[in-house]
Design a protein around this ligand. Structure first.
Ligand code: NAD
Ligand code: IPM
Ligand code: MN
Length: 356
């Protein structure tokens, strides 16, 4: 089979980690007799540099014509002072919205080889955990009206509107229950219904979905408590469903207890093709260009791409097994503690490819 993949390397470490993921996909292609055609487009700061906007028309067209999209990361200090419409992050929000990628699946599981890299107490790490964070990705405070004005008495005032509709909540909720049905059959709804009206609506929709899914265990949890419970007893979670910003924050927290933010992949999925696959981490300007970024989050994002968009389960399994083998053998990029041998981005990519 032939598959067309649009690549968006982006900024900072983005190109470094995407390069390794592409090489891994090429190895999988050879092993399993698939042809992956790659087309590269600009997104983020690099696009603003060339076109004056972070999500150019050419990128939109190319991604829409592809079967799936693989993204590195965008952003960096170089672009932080630009007006909103030229900021790299705005490009990321624009593509998620344009492709209607409302469901962002962020799996945070402790790989057995990384027990020694987990910062939690040994007994907790020994029990392991496997959480699927289902983050709403095209609504809420990320996409509400923003305002900034000068008030004669208060000085400058700014606001960001958080808005959710019943329909938006229902479609992400359904994804969470569907996923839970294929896993350990438990949904934890995370919100701030003791304060926010959007959360009260969110919770009432989740309760309705819970009634429709009596075989799925269901609980509500306030987001502040959830942030605490994730480090106290991560094994208690199966699927977490939550709004855009809470999901952003909790997934960075969850990534660290798996050993490093450099490990966590994600799939951003809508109703139709193409979906977009992205590590949860950013462009890591502090280490960009040094050749030490962890490519595993992007390589595992490529595995999710094969599994979800192309239904190539065996091929995705092969990538995940190759990653586990590299970790079991003690190879670590510098962001992960433990192990026996520190390796570079390219070396880690090579080792994973050899294991396929
Ligand atoms: P970040 O995720 O880029 O980095 C946070 C810390 O984690 C840094 O110390 C970094 O070195 C480390 N880190 C991240 N990924 C790593 C990897 N693969 N290997 C090793 N270490 C890794 O978050 P930040 O510093 O808050 O943001 C930097 C820039 O990235 C900002 O411009 C931000 O807007 C952007 N950002 C983009 C995305 C995205 O494109 N999806 C996500 C988050 C942040
Ligand atoms: C992420 C990032 C983005 C987000 C930023 C860069 C817009 O933090 O993908 O987690 O907040 O969604
Ligand atoms: Mn984030």
């Amino acid at each position: 089979m032939t598959y067309n993949i649009a690549l968006l390397p982006g900024d900072g470490i983005g190109p470094e980690v995407v390069t390794e993921a592409v090489k891994v996909l090429e190895t999988v292609g050879e092993k399993f007799s698939h042809t992956f055609n790659f087309s590269t487009y600009l997104l983020g700061g690099c696009a603003t540099d060339k076109y004056g906007v972070p999500y150019p028309e050419e990128t939109a067209k190319g991604c829409k014509a592809s079967d799936a999209v693989l993204l590195g990361a965008v952003g960096g200090p170089k672009w932080d002072q630009l007006p909103v419409h030229q900021r790299p992050e705005q490009g990321l929000l624009a593509i998620r919205s344009d492709l209607e990628l409302f469901a962002n699946l962020r799996p945070a599981a402790l790989r057995p080889a990384l027990k020694d890299a987990c910062p939690l107490r040994e007994a907790t790490a020994d029990r392991g955990f496997d959480i699927m964070i289902v983050r709403e990705l095209t609504g809420g405070i990320y996409f509400g009206k923003r305002n900034r004005y000068e008030d004669p008495e208060k000085g400058v005032v700014a606001s960001d509107l958080m808005e959710y509709s019943e329909k938006e909540i229902e479609r992400i909720g359904r994804r969470a229950f569907e996923l839970a049905a294929l896993r350990r059959k438990k949904v934890t709804n995370v919100d701030k219904a003791n304060v926010l009206e959007t959360s009260r609506l969110w919770r009432s929709v989740m309760h309705r979905l819970s009634e429709e899914n009596p075989d799925i265990e269901y609980q509500d949890m306030y987001v502040d408590n959830a942030a605490m419970q994730i480090v106290r007893d991560p094994a208690a979670f199966d699927v977490i469903v939550t709004e855009n910003m809470f999901g952003d924050i909790l997934s960075d927290e969850a990534s660290m207890i798996t050993g490093s933010i450099g490990l966590l992949p994600s799939a951003s999925i809508g109703s139709g093709a193409p979906a977009l696959y992205e590590p949860i981490h950013g462009s890591a300007p502090d280490i960009a260009g040094q050749g030490i970024a962890n490519p595993i989050a992007t390589i595992l994002s490529a595995a999710m791409l094969l599994r979800y968009s192309f239904k190539l389960g065996a091929e995705a399994d092969a990538i995940e097994a190759a990653v586990d083998k590299a970790l079991n053998e003690g190879y670590r990029t510098p962001d992960m503690s433990g192990g026996v041998k520190k390796v570079s981005t390219v070396e880690m990519g090579e080792i994973i490819r050899k294991n396929i």
